[in-house]
Ligand binder design. Structure first.
Ligand code: ARG
Length: 490
């Protein structure tokens, strides 16, 4: 028992340069982190979730759902901000948990993060392929064999992005700035043109009376109550869970802490700013979405485009396509970066093969692990129906949120003396609320999602017991003082 609960000494993870383990080049400044955050947050979610949730679950009240999800994510973001200001390492929630709760919990969180990031990269790559083909078709070009073309596009985009990540953060960063600016321009156009076409009558029945659905209960909460409901206050709150997919991504900013100049101050700033900006943008898009067409007439296929068509602004379809293609490109890019950083940290600690932590001398990036991730993303996106697995991404993320919030509370008690570049106000109240909000979002996920997640976790535990527990660096005898400490650069 004591071995699996051994904790990483705080000295290995805290301080400006994360102790002796620091091995990646520092390059990000606060503005870069905002771009990184917006790059990964604003993606598939913004173009489809508002419309779908309005039509199926919340009505025009979806605007409130976006606010609720935004608040829940902001609470989680504050907790991430505090811990990453104390432990600015690329492992993010995984490393926090290692220091605070011990190895087996860290492994569990790491395993959840792997699910989140690797699967999300595949999900978004797949969605990118479909949207790219649709964008071509929207120009009136008939695409023969759409499935094959989209398969091919998915392959190309993942190969290109993996290459960019492997070659070094600097190239990626410049490309990211350009693409994020372009996507923000497209979204700006959606908001401005959309506002001009709003018909206030569409907000008319802002509160839609609850209806009981005749389908079998699916979410944990529905199963507990024995029936499924939509609309009404319950619908507004329940839609927040689906909307969480659009918000997640700010957590990935924390994985860049080790490469950030003055991370204890810069990471909290970058993370919180990007989330606040995304929240404002999302709410604006939601207002436009339900303001242009009645929620009863929203097309589930392409909600935003069809709304613009309905008001006669057909040309906006191309703007949306361009925004979506660029938008999803940056999401995949940052997801791959985040995933490399988490795996790199786990490899550095010995919980997965240490060879994966090798940093290329030439490019200063963990090249080997990057290639592994790119390959896995291609296999998943091409051969697994990942588009149906979006909720698994969300559950993996929320699971980590819960641990991070709990971690803030425990860390304040156990290690009050550690230097914190940022403190969650009103602790333990706000971290406590963050846990409650996260739990709410989680019980609105499907039982099936929970079952798959449990399976994934059981498999992960087995891997840990067979490999990580014995290969962990903490399992080795402490180095004798006269020998050089073996944890520096590799
Ligand atoms: N942390 C994550 N797993 N992010 C997935 C990114 C999803 C992104 N928010 C989108 O709307 O497309």
């Amino acid at each position: 028992m004591s071995t699996i609960l051994r904790r990483l000494p705080p000295s290995e993870a805290t301080g400006l340069r994360t102790g002796a383990r620091h091995s990646l080049a520092e390059l990000y400044r606060p503005a870069d982190l905002v771009v990184l955050g917006l790059g990964v947050m604003i993606g598939a979610g913004i173009f489809s979730i508002a419309g779908r949730q309005a039509a199926s679950t919340a009505g025009p009240g979806v605007i409130l759902s976006f606010m609720i999800a935004g608040i829940a994510c902001l609470l989680a973001c504050l907790c991430y901000a505090e811990l990453s200001s104390t432990m600015p390492t690329s492992g993010s929630a995984y490393t926090f948990t290692y220091v605070i709760f011990g190895e087996v919990w860290a492994w569990i969180i790491g395993w959840a993060l792997i699910l989140e990031l690797q699967l999300a990269a595949a999900v978004v790559a797949r969605a990118w392929g479909e949207i790219a083909v649709g964008a071509i078709a929207n120009f009136g070009v008939t695409v023969p064999n759409r499935g094959l073309v989209s398969d091919l596009l998915v392959f190309v985009i993942v190969v290109v992005l993996t290459g960019i990540v492997a070659l070094g953060a600097r190239i990626g960063l410049r490309a990211l700035w350009i693409m994020v600016s372009a996507k923000l321009l497209a979204i700006g156009a959606v908001i401005v043109v959309g506002l001009a076409h709003i018909d206030v009558a569409n907000f008319g029945d802002f509160y839609v009376r609850p209806v009981t659905l005749s389908v079998a209960p699916q979410t944990v909460l529905e199963v507990v109550f024995g029936e499924s409901q939509a609309f009404g206050w319950f619908g507004i709150f329940a839609a927040a869970s689906a909307i969480a997919f659009a918000y997640i991504g700010f957590d990935i900013v924390a994985t860049s802490a080790e490469e950030t100049v003055n991370a204890p101050k810069a990471v909290p700033k970058g993370m919180i700013r990007s989330l606040v900006i995304a929240t404002v943008i999302y709410i604006a898009v939601a207002v436009v979405m339900v303001g242009m067409v009645s929620y009863t007439k929203i097309s589930l296929e392409a909600p935003l485009s069809s709304a613009f068509r309905a008001v006669g602004a057909d040309w906006m379809v191309h703007v949306i396509d361009a925004g979506a293609v660029l938008g999803l490109t940056t999401v995949i890019l940052v997801l791959i970066v985040g995933q490399t950083r988490v795996l790199f940290s786990m490899a550095r600690d010995g919980l997965i093969p240490r060879r994966l932590a090798a940093v290329s001398r030439r490019y200063h990036t963990p090249t080997r692990v990057t290639l592994v991730i790119g390959f896995a993303a291609i296999v998943l996106a091409e051969f697994v129906p990942v588009l149906t697995m979006q909720e698994l991404v969300v559950i993996g993320t929320l699971f980590a949120f819960a641990f991070v919030a709990a971690g803030v509370i425990v860390m304040r008690r156990r290690m009050p003396y550690l230097e914190r570049g940022f403190r969650v106000p009103l602790s333990p109240l706000l971290p406590g609320l963050s846990m409650v909000a996260t739990l709410w979002l989680m019980v609105n996920l499907r039982v099936l999602t929970w079952a798959w997640f449990a399976l994934w976790m059981a498999f992960g535990l087995l891997v840990y017991l067979l490999y990580g527990r014995r290969h962990s660096l903490l399992a080795r005898p402490r180095p004798t003082p006269d020998k050089p400490h073996g944890r520096h650069r590799r």
